[in-house]
Design a protein around this ligand. Structure first.
Ligand SMILES: C[S@@+](CC[C@H](N)C(=O)[O-])C[C@H]1O[C@@H](n2cnc3c(N)ncnc32)[C@H](O)[C@@H]1O
Length: 214
């Protein structure tokens, strides 16, 4: 099995328990991140790659955006569609994001780190092409070095011991140094970056970027 098949098989098997990471503290943090995203946005059309069970898609819609979401895990998509029958949730691979175009915003929360660094580089080009001039791109990535599989959520993962117990299974992750990301984001205008202090290990960084209007 390749890294995507293995990671998606894990998401399929943990989908029903994935909600344990949605602690009030974690949701409040992310809803704050979405308010910042909304503040920078000048259009309404948002793509949500790696949407999981659709919590962010639903919240972004409540802020007035028109949302298209996708994920590769059928288990996660099933929950998203049950909770939001009106929403648009597609089965699609991050590695084929180039098939989307003309979005005002891309909200890529907690998903792009499941790509290898080469795939991430190519996905960034696709995200660039999917955005209208002036479009906003949000992502958060894990800080650290290299690429590795992690079998069990590490200490400090949102949801604590319950997450460690219920969310095991191999998932592939890439970790980035800040300087590495700043090079990868070249071309985008960096509007804001912030350390997500609720994440385990060396933490995660959030980025709000804009494709220049030219
Ligand atoms: C950590 S979860 C985050 C889900 C959601 N964005 C959230 O913040 O709650 C990562 C999601 O990325 C999805 N994913 C991982 N690799 C993917 C790929 N190659 N294509 C599409 N989705 C992928 C997983 O199925 C999973 O739902």
């Amino acid at each position: 099995m390749n890294h995507v098949d293995e990671t998606i098989a894990t998401y399929d098997s943990i989908a029903k328990d994935y909600k344990v990471i949605s602690t009030p503290e974690n949701r409040a943090w992310l809803e704050g991140s979405m308010r910042i995203f909304a503040h920078y946005m000048s259009g309404r059309k948002v793509l949500v790659p790696g949407c999981g069970e659709g919590k962010d898609s639903r919240h972004l819609r409540s802020l007035g955006f028109t949302i298209t979401s996708f994920d590769l895990s059928e288990g996660m998509l099933r929950i998203a569609k049950e909770k939001d029958p009106e929403g648009v949730y597609l089965k699609h691979d991050l590695r084929q994001l180039g098939e989307f175009s003309q979005y005002d915003g891309v909200w890529a929360c907690a998903c792009l780190y499941h790509l290898t660094k080469d795939e991430f580089r190519s996905c960034l080009k696709d995200i660039w092409n999917s955005l209208n001039p002036g479009g906003i791109f949000f992502c958060n990535l894990k800080i650290g070095e290299g690429e590795q599989y992690i079998e069990q959520p590490r200490k400090g993962y949102p949801g604590g011991e319950e997450a460690q117990e219920k969310l095991s299974g191999n998932r592939f992750y890439a970790f980035y140094e800040l300087e590495e990301l700043e090079l990868l984001f070249q071309g985008f205008e960096l509007l804001k970056k912030r350390k997500d202090i609720l994440k385990e290990g060396k933490g995660a960084m959030e980025f709000w970027l804009r494709k220049p209007r030219v």
